[in-house]
Every structure is written in C-alpha cells, then in structure tokens.
Design a protein around this ligand. Structure first.
Ligand SMILES: [Zn+2]
Ligand SMILES: [Zn+2]
Length: 470
C-alpha cells in the first residue's frame, strides 16, 4: 500500500486530503508542523509528501532540504510543496531546494490525484529518528520596569535607503523599530535605521553593558543591511541576540554572515567583539523576558514573519512587508468563475487568520507602500496598499495604525497625501477609535492607550507621536 504524508497546520485541509487518500486506497499520514512531519517522514518513509510551505517549526523549504540531505539513509519521496503563495519566486525556490512539484492552494482534487498517479512505490524500512536538540531560547530575566512601553521609529522606508531633501520629514532609512517594554530592548528588524539607534544606545549606556534582542522578520536586504553598522555589536561588554527564522535558501546565521563577508565588508560576523548569538526560531510563541511574542507568516515572497509583542502595557504588532491575500488573488486569472470563487474564499480565510492574529492590538505597524492606483501595477510584489491596510486595521479593531515601509519613490508630500486618505477612509466608517499616523523616523509613541499618547504627528494633527531628542 502506498503512503502519503500531509504536513499542514490546517486541520480542515488535512482531513480533506486524508479522506481523498483513503478513497484511492493510500495510507494517509498527517503532521501539523514541520518537526513532526520530518520525524514521520524519517520513520515511515512515505511515497509522497504533501508539505505546506509555511508550516511552523520547520518550513517547507527546510523540510525539502532536510529530507534531500538524507539521500544516503532513506528512500526519497516525491515532495509536493503546497502553498497559498502565488509568488513565482517561492515556486522557483521550492523546486531548487528539492521539491518535485509545487501546487498553489486551493487546487482541484484531480490535480493532486494526477500527481499521485505518477508516484513510485517502494518498501518501507524503519530508521531511527535522530533527536535534535531545540535551539536555546533562554532569555536573561528582565529588569523590572514601571515605565510605559515605548515604540521608537529609526527606519520606516522599504526597499532601499533614500536620504535627501524630499524625504526629510518622514526619513529615508530602511526598517528598524525599537520597542522598550518590561525592561527589554527589542529591535524589530535591522535596516539602515539601526545605525542611529546604535549610536543612541551607546550614548545612553556609556560604559555600562547592555543587552538587546533583534527580531528579524525576513532577510530581504532592507531588513538586515544596517546590522554591520550597529555600534553596540562592537563592544565586548554587550549582549546582542538576533532571533529569526530560516529563509528560503539559507539559514539566518548564514545570510547574516554572508553580508559581512569579504569583499563586501571588512569585519566578519564572527569577529564582532560583543557576545553575539543568532537563534533560528522554530516556535511561533515565545518570550523575551516578560514580553510574550507571537509570530505568524505573512504574504510576501520568500519567508516573512509578522510579530505581535504582548507587553504589560499593551501589544505592538509589526508586519513590515505584507500584501493582502484577497486583493492579490482578485487580480489572478482563474480559468472559470467556480475556480475564482474557490480562490477568493481561500484567500479570504488567510486574511481572516491575520485579522484574528491582530485582533485588538494597541499599535499596528504595517506595510502600506502603495496607494490604490500604484498597487494596480504592482500586484504580486508583496507589499500593501493603504486602502487594504486601513481595512485590516478596522477589522482587527486596532487602536493605532502606523503606515510603514514607505516606498523609496514617495516624497514627504506623497506620504502626507496617503496619510490624509487613510484618515478619510477611517472617518467614513463613522464611529471607530482607530487613530492613523504615518511612521516617521525620529518619532516615538507611548503605549498606554491612545488617549494618553502625546500629540503632534508629522503633519501637526495626528496623535501618538513625539519627536525624540537627536
Ligand atoms: Zn522590506
Ligand atoms: Zn521583503
């Protein structure tokens, strides 16, 4: 009897595939995350593995790499990577790391049956599963703090830094946001903005040691390019921890190391004098001191995460790169109207999951790179449109929305126009507590409820932001 293993975190989908496999006389196996999936694959050596790209613990790329690395030990299954992502780069990457096929969800049962028809049978050998230790996620105990959590923006731009007179108001540095909460210094992404943050920290701590945690959403360059210039990493008294997930082609450590290799940079990552630790996460729910962090995959080429930080003074959600599933799919050319309905239903379920993840958040920092008109020519680029972002914030009942990841081609006037439009959209809803601002380099937001936050946003009217001393 042939066997097929389904690795997917959606129990409804697993059940459907399970029934389909039973119906054609196959032995179904199922796993809800990548770790369990790899263990079952090693133990039972199924003929086919149907593996979702964005599963927790090990993602689809990792699963392909790990199983293909076991060529000498186990018979190789046909690996079919399934994904809600329609980005061509994800398909290419999956095939390059060892997938045989790539199926975009939702797909027709016939498409899968056709693939299963071509799978070759083999004998099953039981092989012991190597026990792999979990990466250390030990965090030093947080210093007690009575201060309200604080968000500081150090880099708000997407794609590439664009300093200059036309970006002087909102800033030209790429993604970097500092969150101070419950005694922790948490840095969201290490775009070029992290350089100035490093200087400010050095001034603040003087000769005292500091401990910081950098959470990386993904390794596109605008989210890591500033790290080589992060001053505190050059001080042997400091502890710097970088947390993130393995990417499409390489691990986090390997990617961070590469960008500091000669001839690109004179100091290698390993030569940095601070106590530096790079941790590849598997869990989607973990703690940094007393701050609980939840992570979720978002819609962006490759692997990209969004984080929600639960602090004692409210929650901060950070999704610097994300494109609405439904909006993206509504532009896709489905063959029939029935397929289109299925496609949009699937996309709307993905959007709803994100709304649930963000529900009631106090501050939502999210990719709003394009206006509606621009978005029409940039569908599938992995970025948000301001109209969709406002809708997301309203559905999630967020209290404060920060438009983020500004387009490098947008000058200050354009961002102000987009901010005005976002506020108009909110006003059209009538009775809502949602406040909207455009993230602005050098501004800070105190997280103790919108009413308590300071006034004077970048256009002089918005709540929640105050210029920090240079
Ligand atoms: Zn980005
Ligand atoms: Zn990106």
């Amino acid at each position: 009897m042939k066997a097929a293993l389904v690795i997917d975190d959606d129990p409804v989908y697993r059940k459907e595939i399970y029934r389909l496999l039973l119906g054609i006389g196959w032995r179904p196996l199922e796993a809800e995350d990548g770790e369990e999936g790899v263990a079952l694959a090693m133990q039972h050596q199924p003929d086919v593995i149907l593996c979702d790209l964005l599963v927790s613990k090990f993602n689809g790329f990792q699963i392909c790499r790990m199983l293909r690395a076991q060529r000498q030990r186990i018979r190789q299954p046909m690996i079919v990577v399934t994904s809600s992502s329609g980005y061509p780069t994800d398909r290419l990457n999956a095939l390059e790391v060892g997938a045989d096929r790539y199926l975009v969800k939702p797909f027709k049962p016939e498409a899968l049956l056709q693939l299963l028809d071509g799978a070759k049978p083999y004998e099953t050998d039981l092989i012991p599963i190597p026990k792999k230790a979990d990466p250390p996620l030990l965090v030093p105990p947080a210093m007690p703090s009575n201060e309200a959590p604080l968000i500081r923006f150090w880099g708000v731009r997407g794609s590439t830094p664009v300093p200059g007179p036309s970006t002087v108001l909102f800033g030209g540095n790429t993604s970097c946001v500092e969150v101070r909460a419950d005694g922790e210094i948490i840095i969201l992404d290490a775009g070029s903005g992290i350089r100035r943050l490093g200087l400010a920290l050095a001034r603040e701590f003087k000769d005292q040691p500091m401990s910081v945690t950098i959470l990386i959403t993904h390794t596109h360059w605008d989210h890591i390019q500033g790290f080589p210039f992060f001053g505190p990493a050059y001080n042997p008294r400091n502890k710097v921890r970088i947390l993130g997930y393995e990417g499409a082609r390489k691990g986090l450590l390997s990617t961070l190391t590469s960008q500091m290799e000669s001839p690109y940079f004179p100091v290698s990552l390993r030569q940095l004098p601070s106590s530096l630790e790079v941790v590849e996460l598997r869990e989607f729910d973990f703690c940094i001191g007393r701050v609980r962090v939840e992570a979720t995959f978002v819609n962006h080429p490759g692997l990209c995460l969004g984080y929600r930080l639960h602090t004692s003074g409210g929650s901060v959600s950070y999704l610097p790169d994300h494109e609405s599933y439904q909006r993206m799919r509504s532009h896709g050319g489905a063959a029939s109207s029935a397929e289109r309905v299925e496609l949009l239903k699937h996309a709307s379920e993905k959007d709803q999951k994100l709304v649930d993840f963000l529900h009631g958040t106090d501050a939502l920092i999210v990719d709003a790179q394009y206006d509606d008109q621009e978005y029409q020519t940039r569908v599938g680029w992995g970025h948000g449109c301001v109209d969709d972002v406002v809708a997301l914030a309203l559905l999630a009942q967020a209290k404060q929305l920060f438009l983020f990841h500004h387009d490098p081609d947008h000058d200050d006037a354009q961002i102000l126009r987009m901010l005005a439009w976002a506020r108009e959209l909110v006003a059209m809803q009538g009775d809502t507590a949602l406040q909207v601002d455009a993230a602005c380099e050098g501004y800070e937001h105190v997280l103790k409820g919108v009413d308590a936050a300071s006034k004077n946003g970048p256009d002089g009217t918005g709540p929640g932001s105050e210029r920090i001393p240079a």
